[in-house]
Design a protein around this ligand. Structure first.
Ligand code: ADP
Length: 264
């Protein structure tokens, strides 16, 4: 009797094993499909600026495009390529299993002020007011350069997708050991149907508009990766025609414990 049970059991185990094997094969196929789709996207994204550059260079040589005008387009497209390659390298680096964040105790407010200051000129050109509401006591356990990149990408979007004479607000609050940063704009907003997809690589709501803004389509994917690497949380709340809130939550350092540690 015990033998029969044993056979039955081993049969179950085999079925289970075969099942997990099939599941594994399926997920490997899925990874393969995703990698192929990503490569196809990369090739397409690289080809677009290259086509412009080739077209304009030929136009200049044949005398059908005015030289300075053509060179300006070539420069613009070369810069786009440069941004794209940098973003791709950043993503590849962030996804590497050996990637380590250079974490330290950072005053979140100071980090935000520095990032916002870099956009002062750009915002002024577009008559966009930049406002700060910062909790000065929030200290996060984070990588300065990577968090600058997060803020830079979110501010660039908030400004790019907002009309003139609107306000972009950066707000930092703190509760229960977590810091929350919100970058809020009064811009175009993101349609409900696209909201869950915009963090995917190369996903854009309006391709033409993103191109016009010089976007690579990778900004939010990078934000997502960096925040996840910090063990934090990234969320977008948006209403079409009203505006968007990009919300980031990052763990704070217990300042009391931190100061004690410093004294030791
Ligand atoms: P891009 O380089 O195209 O801006 P992102 O990954 O940064 O790439 O953003 C993906 C898409 O999400 C954008 O193309 C745009 O359609 C939408 N988006 C991002 N941020 C905003 C925002 N603040 N307001 C409206 N749409 C936004």
């Amino acid at each position: 009797f015990s033998k029969r049970v044993a056979i039955g059991k081993s049969h179950d185990e085999l079925t289970e094993l075969a099942h997990s094997f099939n599941e594994l094969a399926k997920s490997l196929e899925q990874v393969d499909r995703e990698r192929n789709a990503f490569l196809a996207n990369v090739a397409h994204e690289l080809r677009t600026p290259l086509s412009y550059m080739i077209g304009y260079a030929e136009g200049i040589q044949e005398g059908v495009i005015e030289r300075n005008k053509g060179m300006a387009v070539i420069e613009k497209e070369a810069k786009r390529l440069d941004r794209l390659v940098n973003d791709l390298l950043d993503l590849a680096q962030l996804e590497g299993s050996d990637y380590r964040l250079d974490k330290e105790a950072l005053p979140f407010a100071e980090l935000a002020r520095e990032a916002v200051a870099a956009f002062a000129w750009q915002a002024e050109q577009k008559h966009i007011q930049l406002e700060l509401e910062l909790d000065e006591d929030s200290i996060i356990d984070a990588d300065w350069d990577r968090m600058q990149q997060v803020l830079t990408n979110l501010l660039a979007n908030a400004i790019a997708y907002s009309p003139p004479f609107t306000t972009v607000t950066v707000r930092i609050t703190s509760s229960n050991g977590w810091a929350e940063m919100v970058v809020e704009d009064e811009g175009a907003g993101i349609p409900e149907a696209d909201l869950s997809s915009v963090q995917k690589r190369f996903y854009r709501v309006k391709k033409g508009r993103s191109r016009q803004n010089g976007g690579t389509g990778l900004g939010l994917a990078i934000v997502q990766e960096i925040v996840a690497k910090h063990g934090g949380d990234f969320q977008l709340v948006s209403q079409e025609g009203k505006g968007t809130k990009a919300i980031i939550r990052i763990k704070e350092i217990d300042v009391g414990a931190f100061k004690e540690g410093e004294q030791r």
